[in-house]
Design a protein around this ligand. Structure first.
Ligand SMILES: *Cc1c(COP(=O)(O)O)cnc(C)c1O
Length: 385
């Protein structure tokens, strides 16, 4: 069986030695030493001065919206994971969708200004599949209209833009360390900001708003993470360079083998050191994509429609037409990509996709022949009359 992804797992012995230390200290959660160590190691690895480790990537988005005091309308992308939109609604704000760029799959900055109203306070954009948004254009628009910028960088661990971690951009960047992500702590996430005020607010909000033993200075939530989760992160971080280089190698193998496929691929932003978090393929039509998916499932290869459906189709959202996103989300499929995937597995996946595509082409040709024949005979009848 080849799934679309498998979580990276470190050596059990390494995890167990952290667990033993937790037993020795009997400190399980509430900003413990392993959480602190993970935050420090992540800062060093990412070359960023600040970050806060939190429960998951969804609460990270909620903290960002809450701490920036964003209200009213938030401009966002319809092509992302559901949490990007649901967090906006959860915070009592209104998501206003702007269609995506068909090459980068990120929010199209050229369409943002038309969506700004007197109620707009922020832009929440996703760096889709780890591909940086047009950060300069978004920044320019935000400055001009006095908007905050939040980046959902859940896919972005390891991505650099213009020599800096992608998490360095925006008023706040958020990420997820969920088990399915490239770097994970089973469940987990983080918020990043360069603004000391906002950092402090998010730190307070992460811990119920406690600012002293019996004092609360903010409305808070529980966004803390545990020593056990931090332990998994510390184990996995030791393998991160190897995880990143393996994904690059696997992606390049797909790229080489898929050069004959009739499909479209995501165009990566210039000046990017990419993390190869996913391998999306955009097929010519939904029919071809579904056909490939079905054929792959017959040999127990499970790809995933990601992202589908478009977030503008969520039941709690006013329906809006997002033609590019609607079209791409129907035709896109992510191929299996994980640390232990072999090139033989990849060759099988590619062979089935190419075979399905070629078979379909022949069917279409046959139908076309049949079409001429039918037309021909009708023509004869017509001529005969
Ligand atoms: C995974 C993901 C999230 C949510 O992260 P969790 O840690 O699962 O809560 C948010 N946004 C995007 C784009 C994601 O892929």
């Amino acid at each position: 069986m080849i799934p679309v992804t498998k979580p990276f797992l470190p050596k059990q012995a390494d995890f167990k030695s952290y667990v033993s230390s937790i037993w020795a200290r009997q400190w399980l959660t509430n900003n413990g030493p392993l959480v602190n160590e993970l935050e420090l190691k992540l800062q060093q690895y990412l070359e960023l001065p600040h970050l806060l480790y939190v429960t998951n990537g969804t609460i990270a988005l909620q903290l960002a919206i809450q701490a920036l005091d964003v209200k009213g309308e938030i401009i966002t992308t319809p092509f992302s994971f559901v949490a990007t939109t649901s967090s906006i609604v959860w915070q009592g704000c209104k998501p206003v969708f702007v269609d995506i760029d068909e090459d980068t799959l990120n929010i199209d900055p050229n369409k943002i200004e038309a969506a700004i109203t007197a109620d707009t306070t922020a832009i929440l954009a996703t760096h889709v599949f780890g591909n940086p948004c047009d950060i300069e254009a978004i920044d320019r628009i935000a400055k001009k209209h006095g908007l905050k910028v939040i980046y959902d960088a859940a896919h972005c661990f390891g991505t650099k833009y213009k020599g800096k971690s992608i998490f360095a951009y925006g008023d706040v960047s958020t990420t997820s360390f969920h088990a399915t992500k490239l770097f994970h702590t089973i469940e987990g996430g983080a918020v990043f900001t360069q603004n000391p005020e906002i950092l402090k607010r998010m730190a307070l909000m992460r811990n119920f708003g406690y600012s002293g033993v019996d004092t609360f200075s903010e409305i808070g939530t529980n966004a803390k993470n545990s020593e056990f989760h931090a332990a998994m992160g510390l184990c996995n971080l030791k393998h991160i360079d190897q995880i990143l280089s393996k994904r690059k190698e696997l992606s390049q193998h797909y790229e080489m083998r898929l050069n004959k496929i009739e499909a479209q691929f995501q165009v990566i932003q210039a000046d990017t050191e990419f993390n190869y978090a996913y391998y999306p393929v955009i097929f010519r039509s939904e029919e071809v994509m579904l056909d490939c998916m079905k054929q792959l499932e017959l040999v127990q290869v499970y790809c995933r429609r990601y992202f589908y459906p478009s977030l503008s189709a969520l039941p709690y959202i006013d329906k809006v037409n997002m033609p590019i996103c609607d079209s791409i989300s129907k035709r896109i499929m992510c191929l299996p990509l994980y640390h232990t995937l072999t090139s033989a597995d990849q060759d099988l996946v590619v062979r089935i996709i190419l075979r399905t595509q070629n078979y379909r082409k022949k069917q279409v040709l046959k139908l076309a022949d049949y079409g001429t024949m039918v037309n021909g005979s009708i023509g004869m009848v017509v001529n005969g009359n």
